[in-house]
Design a protein around this ligand. Structure first.
Ligand code: ZN
Length: 306
């Protein structure tokens, strides 16, 4: 299985259009020791022909153009992108589906609750249902294992298991709709296994670290873990108001570094990094602390084989 990190920032990207935090300002001024990043997007493939997107980022168009393996190969209308697997219904995780609306057949693996939010409440997603079999939704239940099927329904050889991690739906979901949804279908982590047994754990939004999660991580070869915020009150301190990291469903890095310190086996990579996170600054103490603890900080364009 080949894994590509097409984007590694949290919602808003780095820099973020309306942000003048220390990081964003320094990056724009050219004085920042660190890299710009687009909004998180991971893609996996077992054969380098059919690619599956884990989520669908608002930056997807540019991310596809930046990656030759994702370009059309034969014919006039074609794409190696076979489908997507959704972890949640967040705007920065699903908006990219609307960028794939040019009548290309896609298979979308999602929980039934996430499918209902997108297709029944958000009429714009009707652009993915203009012709029969344009977007084919494959529902999955948390905790179950399923095969990633390509747009024709053929088994890619990749197996996916989802873990229910959070129960919060995005703010745009109406109260009325919420009452009819299954809370454990709100936010998931994915374990993707290659035909040869290589395991990727993709966990961009983790509200808390349970012991059962530690065991899952220990059996993975690569762990892509929630690196959104460094500290719980990061946004409140910078903006003067707002929610804590925990309230937004993200365990802060300063805590996950401690909680995951005993992990032995996986390669550990922080992903989904918010522009305010001080560990983006490669000259700073937070960056050094993360690297010395054996973690890497994902950058756009990384890829590896499992
Ligand atoms: Zn910023």
């Amino acid at each position: 299985m080949r894994v590509k990190i097409l984007g590694s920032a949290a919602g808003g990207g780095f820099p973020q259009w309306n942000c003048a935090c220390r990081n964003c300002r320094a990056l724009r001024a050219g004085t920042f020791q660190g890299k710009a990043r687009t909004q998180t997007q991971v893609a996996v493939s077992s054969d380098d022909k059919n690619w599956f997107l884990l989520g669908a980022s608002p930056d997807l168009r540019g991310q596809i153009e930046a990656e030759p393996e994702l370009h059309p190969r034969e014919g006039i209308r074609q794409s190696p992108i076979a489908g997507a697997v959704l972890c949640n219904a967040d705007v920065d995780h699903t908006l990219g589906l609307l960028l794939l609306r040019e009548l290309q057949t896609l298979r979308v693996h999602a929980t039934e609750s996430i499918r209902r939010i997108l297709t029944e409440d958000n009429s714009m997603f009707g652009m993915l249902q203009r012709v029969p079999n344009q977007a084919i939704w494959n529902p999955f239940a948390p905790g179950t294992t399923f095969s990633l099927l390509d747009s024709k329904g053929e088994d890619s050889g990749l197996r996916c298991r989802s873990l229910s991690l959070g129960t919060h739906y995005p703010a745009y979901v109406s109260q009325q709709r919420r009452s009819g949804l299954v809370s454990r279908e709100a936010s998931l982590g994915l374990i993707i296994e290659s035909p040869s047994g290589g395991r990727l754990a993709c966990m961009p939004a983790v509200p808390q670290i349970e012991d059962t999660l530690l065991r899952e991580f220990e059996s993975a070869d690569v762990l892509l873990f929630d690196g959104t915020f460094w500290s719980d009150d990061e946004l409140i301190r910078i903006q003067g108001s707002g929610q804590t990291a925990r309230e937004m469903g993200h365990v802060p890095v300063s805590l996950s570094l401690k909680k995951l310190a005993q992990l032995r086996s996986p390669r550990k990579i922080y992903l989904h990094i918010n522009n305010t996170n001080p560990m983006l600054n490669e000259a700073g103490p937070e960056y050094r602390q993360v690297r010395e603890a054996g973690w890497e900080i994902a950058e756009d364009g990384w890829q590896f084989d499992l």
